[in-house]
Ligand binder design. Structure first.
Ligand code: NAD
Length: 345
């Protein structure tokens, strides 16, 4: 297939591109190269004849029309977004602009292109979203695809709005859509402002490892390469118009996760051990969702997909990757806001 992947210089999009090219798909990476982007993430495939890059903003309709006309994609995988909850607390405007207006602009460009080539049924607009649209769970229960939306941060509200737009374009204009809502990802090439890399890099530097609140918030952690595999499965086998929840079947509290990373570092980087001594509880994130958990029944039973990696295996691979790729993360540490406490409101 010929795929147009938005946001593919980011964490998850780049994993999608690496996997899609390994599977023989051709890919156009459309990315505005914001603070969160790093073309190094796709360096391993950049010389492939199957790969092309277009620097463009998804709010720029003219650029989008040109890119659709040039590459004539069979499918769009839409990952471009502002993605950091803490930044959405400090500056929600960029989240509304990219996640809502940008998704609207991309939908309109995709619709015009799809109508112009005779509305092929096989075309797909795959919108990649988050489980955070469902809000916060108590100690029990899981999110199904029928859980009502209840977003509680500017980030999750902007993603919920984009999900609604995508569904509306499917219903109203017949645009062939699929959606996915995924739990927290981790793995190689994770931008150094997100929890897992923050813990690794603070521990390596011998600096306090910040844990928000009491660290009891629970997330369902998914290895990014498993997510990329799930996305290509949904794109190629998912039922038109349907949404699929994707989870790791790995519920862990933030504090447990931080301790697991510290233990891996004690083993692999004994200097500074025990790294858990660096754990420091800091003021909680305003409106911090308590628990997310995914019911993966639909993707498992309908598409036969389940994660291949446990959180123990995935974290070990991730820690090893950060130890072996210091040049990658060192180059990103001087980007604006990285290493600072953001989102205190
Ligand atoms: N990270 C997670 O745990 C997670 C979980 C579920 C869903 N998601 C969703 O997956 C997608 C990718 O997340 P990520 O963690 O890889 O994000 P990321 O922040 O690492 O990457 C986002 C990419 O989008 C690009 N981008 C931002 N604004 C743009 C614009 N206006 N035009 C074009 N490109 C733009 C950035 O340059 C960057 O390369 C997002 O839609 C996010 O909501 C993420």
């Amino acid at each position: 297939m010929k795929l147009l992947v938005t946001g593919a210089a980011g964490f998850i999009g780049s994993a999608v591109v690496r996997l899609a090219i390994a599977k023989g798909h051709s890919v156009v990476n459309l990315d505005a190269l914001t603070y969160a982007a790093c073309l190094e993430n796709v360096a391993s495939v950049a010389d492939s004849p199957l790969y092309a890059f277009e620097k463009a903003d998804i709010c720029d309709r003219e650029a989008l029309d040109r890119i659709f006309a040039t590459y004539k994609p069979d499918a769009v995988m839409h990952l471009a977004a502002e993605s950091h909850v803490d930044r959405s607390i400090d500056g929600p405007g960029a989240f509304i602009q990219t996640n809502v207006t940008g998704t609207y602009t991309l939908l309109e460009a995709a619709r015009a292109y799809w109508q112009g080539v005779g509305k092929p049924d096989e075309f797909r607009f795959h919108h990649i979203s988050t489980d955070e649209v469902y809000g916060s769970l108590g100690p029990t229960g899981q999110f199904t695809e029928d859980t009502p939306y209840d977003p509680r941060s500017p980030y999750s509200a902007s993603k919920a709005a984009s999900d609604h737009l995508v569904r509306a374009w499917g219903e109203t204009y017949g645009l062939p859509i699929v959606l996915t809502n995924c739990s927290n990802n981790y793995g190689p090439y994770h931008f150094p402002e997100k929890l897992v890399p923050v813990v690794i890099l603070k521990a390596l530097a011998g600096e306090p490892i910040p844990v928000y609140g009491d660290g009891a918030n629970v997330r369902d952690w998914l290895f990014v390469e498993d997510h990329a595999d799930a996305l290509l499965t949904v794109l190629t086998k998912g039922t038109l118009g349907r949404s699929y929840n994707i989870g790791g079947e790995n519920e862990v509290s933030n504090l447990e996760l931080v301790k697991m990373i510290c233990a891996l570092l004690d083993d692999r980087h004994p200097k500074g051990a025990p790294h858990a001594d660096l754990i420091t509880f800091v003021a909680d994130r305003p409106g911090h969702d308590q628990r997310y958990a995914i019911d993966p029944t639909r993707i498992r039973t309908e598409l036969g997909w389940r994660p291949s990696v446990t959180v123990e295996e995935g974290l070990a691979r991730t820690v090893d990757w950060y130890l072996e790729n210091k040049d990658w993360w060192r180059a990103l540490q001087n980007r604006q806001g990285v290493g600072e406490r953001l989102g205190k409101a």
